[in-house]
Write a protein that binds this ligand. Structure first.
Ligand code: NAP
Ligand code: MG
Length: 491
């Protein structure tokens, strides 16, 4: 094979290859100039009379403006959800509920291409990812939970499972449609009604989902989708007539929410940040492991709560792994997210790019050595080259704090005990990855790593059937699977 050296099996990628552009067309994306709030089955003007812009982070062009919900709007949405719960949804048979959820799932599939294009335009992720991951996985969540709606008695035998009432749901910008699906699908299946707020920088696919929900004829008020900033989220959290808060976002805001609901009888699930360890043992299939590391940290520009942002490599294979990693990084195509060849798209916002740049500086000041791929990046828009740090100390901020960008901190280890201790030395506990040929090592590691989700010889695998969630500062409660139902039920 060309480019493969015999002894160390070093795969050389040709980074000079010039692929012809393969841009996805924007024409399918039907984006209105302005979006109102989706309350009680209709799009309504906000009482605040205020709108804010959402832009395309890949070009900095404005896409649309969306309403900013104030306290009065939150009140309206919650009251619509309450009425729909008491008068309609609570009394709707489980089988009927399932029909609506199936219908939403099918409509997401029918409009998959449009949703993928809008997701990429609004958030900057590569079209390949929104097309092949975000949108199909979102549809799958609706399909999966539709199936549970009339089987709750079997899921919780002899426990008389009952809905909670109105759920307030607040989601982040990294997987906008998918996070909306994670939240809405189980809430509806269990008979709750919803007020959902998408993130400021990525409201459009949630608003498209509102259109789908309207078209699916879901009874008015069962799902309300309101846009706004942090204050809108806080108004939802503090609303006295909400029974459950489901939040996905940063640990800092998660702490504020926990304080806000303390002493109330609101049920809460918090899906927060992470700083996952990806661990490569010397007996691992190294090329496969490197591919997993690349996917673990550069998927969605590293804007992934479970990103493998810390890499631990066994000392005996450190050199070769590092070389393979650098070679593979050089082959990543960074740029226009709408191009189907693109591997790494735009950073979600200027603000997030500044956060990442701050950490690149901190890493170098702390004495770590930085390597970035040498690719050119577009002049307009927010971009960051894939980056790794070596010579990282356990105490370095780049090894301790969530960066939420395409930045990997690499350390080495000699023994299993050592790497378990290092990997667990973090305030977070969301996910981890283990790469080894030995099943016994996998069992030992997975039982000792403090993380909610652990992948072995793979990374970033998701399925609606398997629960997802964290320990420690990564939050509590699980989403997905049977566990995800429990979070919306009194038993
Ligand atoms: P964020 O700043 O915490 O925002 C999350 C959501 O909360 C947004 O809709 C935000 O609105 C809203 N918000 C902000 N301040 C609020 C307040 N005081 N009260 C109520 N809501 C408030 O997080 P982010 O930067 O969007 O997302 C990145 C974080 O999400 C990362 O830490 C990542 O690890 C985490 N995440 C976790 C998971 C998981 O499953 N564990 C999954 C994905 C992401 P605005 O957008 O208007 O600020
Ligand atoms: Mg945007």
């Amino acid at each position: 094979m060309a480019g493969v050296k015999k002894n160390n099996l070093r795969l050389k990628f040709d980074s000079s290859r010039n692929l012809a552009p393969a841009p996805e067309s924007k024409s399918i994306a039907n984006i209105a100039d302005r979006y109102d709030l989706f309350i009680n089955g209709k799009f309504e003007k906000p009482s605040s009379k205020k709108y804010f812009d959402t832009i395309n982070p890949a070009t900095e062009e404005k896409l649309s403006s969306v309403a900013e919900a104030n306290n009065a709007d939150v009140n309206k949405a919650v009251s619509a959800a309450r009425t729909a719960y008491e008068k309609v949804w609570k009394k709707t048979s489980a089988k009927e509920r399932a029909k609506y959820i199936y219908r939403i799932a099918r409509m997401i599939q029918e409009r998959a291409r449009e949703l993928a294009v809008i997701e990429t335009l609004d958030g900057g992720k590569p079209i390949r990812e929104s097309r092949d991951f975000d949108v199909p996985t979102a549809a799958n969540h609706f399909f999966y939970y539709a199936g549970w709606a009339d089987k709750l008695e079997y899921a919780f035998p002899n426990k008389n499972p009952q809905p909670l009432g109105v759920a307030g749901q607040i989601i982040p910008w990294n997987f906008p449609l998918l996070m909306a699906a994670w939240k809405i699908a189980p809430a509806l299946a269990t008979g709750n009604t919803v007020v959902l707020k998408p993130a400021e920088t990525t409201p459009l696919t949630a608003l498209k989902l509102a259109e789908i929900i309207q078209e699916a004829d879901l009874p008015p008020g069962v799902v309300n989708i309101i846009t706004g900033a942090g204050a809108t989220g806080a108004a939802i959290v503090n609303h006295p007539d909400i029974n459950k808060i489901a939040f996905t976002g940063s640990t800092d805001v998660g702490k504020i929410i926990q304080r806000a609901v303390a002493g109330s009888d609101k049920k809460v699930t918090l899906e927060l940040g992470g700083k996952a360890a990806n661990i490569i043992f010397d007996d691992a299939p190294l090329d496969q492991a490197v591919e997993g590391v690349i996917n673990g940290i550069f998927f969605n520009q590293g804007h992934v709560c479970c990103a493998g942002s810390r890499l631990f490599v066994q000392e005996s294979v450190y050199k070769i792994v590092l070389q393979k990693l650098k070679d593979r990084m050089e082959s990543l195509i960074v740029g226009n997210p709408m191009d189907k060849n693109t591997d790494v798209g735009a950073i979600n916002s200027r603000q997030q790019l500044e956060v990442i740049h701050k950490y690149l500086k901190i890493g170098q000041q702390e004495g770590a050595e930085m390597f970035q791929s040498s690719c050119a990046i577009p002049k307009k828009g927010f971009y960051c080259r894939p980056t790794i740090f070596t010579n990282v100390a356990q105490s370095n901020r780049i090894a301790q704090e969530e960066i939420f960008g395409p930045v990997l901190a690499i350390q080495t280890f000699r023994t299993e005990d050592e790497v378990i201790e290092k990997a667990n030395n973090t305030p977070f506990g969301l996910s981890a990855g283990v790469w080894t040929d030995k099943g016994s090592k996998i069992f030992n590691m997975t039982s000792k790593l403090r993380a909610g989700v652990i992948w072995a010889n793979t990374y970033n695998k998701f399925d609606p059937v398997s629960p997802f969630g964290g320990y420690k500062e990564s939050g509590f409660g699980r989403e997905g699977g049977l566990h995800g139902l429990g979070a919306y039920l009194k038993v």
